[in-house]
Design a protein around this ligand. Structure first.
Ligand SMILES: [Fe+2]
Length: 357
């Protein structure tokens, strides 16, 4: 008797980017061949387009789970090539998208409904996507882990609630497909994570979770400065030269300082500005000559003035505040920002560069 197998109701293809350890998913309705791609990676554009072509997929949507900090999305390029629409959480405030999603919204491919679940915490605009017993969790819930919360408007309390109240309330057998895995794991289930997730599982309290998250002490993603600004525009129409690379340092800032006629105040006529994102007290105790003090958290108040410069360079003490300020300003539409993200003013002092008080 011949073996026959019915068509699966939904085909899920899991693809991997080795450099960023990102999973991209291609979901296809086998009957209509309509599909969506979730979290596509710029470096894998050719692979993904070939797969779409070979499988005869009519791509309807490019879905992004959040603004990625570790790779540039290819959503904009895939849209150009396939005509698919880009779907994003409206809270992520991304430019030039086609479908703004809210919690509970659904996208349809063939007979299947993909439900958007707002799961903030890793970033404030994170979404997970549920379809027929499978949840794509982005960087909210990872296999035996979770996304970090120390930049991009990350919030550990929000993440705890997203994981324990939203995702853990899905049926036990729900398959969990994460946005990343760094150890070769590919898939989990809600029951497994509720039981074995070391950060949020085993009935961990919010206080336990907050303590774990506060003590992760992770290095910044190596591509954060290259990835976040273009990702705020679906990975397209950005000026790669406007963004710094990980090797941009206080030495580089010193070169900038030497080469440019840096103005002491925010003047539309000058083309370069160095900004110190530390507090007023830290700034008063000594700073890069001619730098302007814009304490971290107040940068959006200076948006209009900052727009007038060809280049704005940010620094702080360790790089973390400057990095977050860069992300914030990029989301608000600036593409002229560079920051020192892996060191700061202590290194300026160490190198014996001039100090202004
Ligand atoms: Fe992420």
């Amino acid at each position: 008797m011949p073996i026959t197998s019915p068509l699966p109701s939904l085909s899920v293809k899991q693809m991997f980017d080795r450099d960023s350890c990102t999973y991209t998913y291609l979901l296809i309705d086998p009957k209509t061949h309509e599909g969506v791609i979730i979290d596509a990676v710029k470096e894998q554009l050719e692979r993904d387009l070939l797969c779409i072509e070979e499988l005869g997929v009519e791509l309807l949507y490019c879905i992004e789970t959040h603004v990625h900090a570790d790779h540039i999305t290819s959503a904009g390029s895939i849209r150009q090539k396939t005509g698919a629409q880009i779907a994003y959480n409206q809270l992520a405030a991304i430019k030039s998208i086609d479908v703004e999603l809210k919690d509970g919204d659904e996208l349809t491919i063939g007979e299947h409904k993909i439900k958007a679940i707002s799961t903030p915490g890793h970033t404030h605009g994170c979404m997970s996507f549920y379809v027929e017993g499978i949840v794509f969790t982005g960087d909210c819930l990872l296999i035996r882990g979770c996304g970090r919360t120390d930049f991009q408007q990350g919030d550990s309390e929000d993440l705890y609630h997203s994981i324990t109240q939203k995702l853990f309330s899905l049926p036990d057998v729900t398959l969990v497909y994460p946005g990343h895995d760094y150890n070769g794991k590919t898939c989990s289930t809600i029951a497994e994570e509720r039981q074995w997730n070391p950060r949020a599982g085993q009935g961990k309290s919010l206080a336990d979770f907050m303590q774990i998250m506060q003590n992760l002490n992770l290095a910044l993603p190596k591509k954060i400065n290259e990835a976040v600004p273009p990702n705020t525009n679906c990975g397209i129409n950005f000026r790669p030269d406007a963004y710094i690379h990980e090797e941009f340092s206080m030495q580089s800032l010193h070169t900038v300082w030497q080469q440019q006629e840096v103005q002491e105040t925010l003047k539309p006529s000058s083309n370069t500005l160095i900004v110190d994102n530390r507090s007023e007290e830290e700034y008063s105790a000594g700073h890069v000559p001619s730098s302007q003090n814009i304490p971290f958290g107040t940068e959006s108040l200076h948006l209009e003035a900052l727009k007038d410069f060809d280049h704005v360079y940010l620094y702080c003490h360790s790089g973390r505040r400057a990095q977050t300020a860069l992300t914030h300003l990029s989301i608000l539409g600036l593409d002229n920002i560079t920051c020192v993200s892996h060191s700061g003013f202590p290194q300026w002092l160490e190198l014996g560069y001039p100090v202004e008080r």
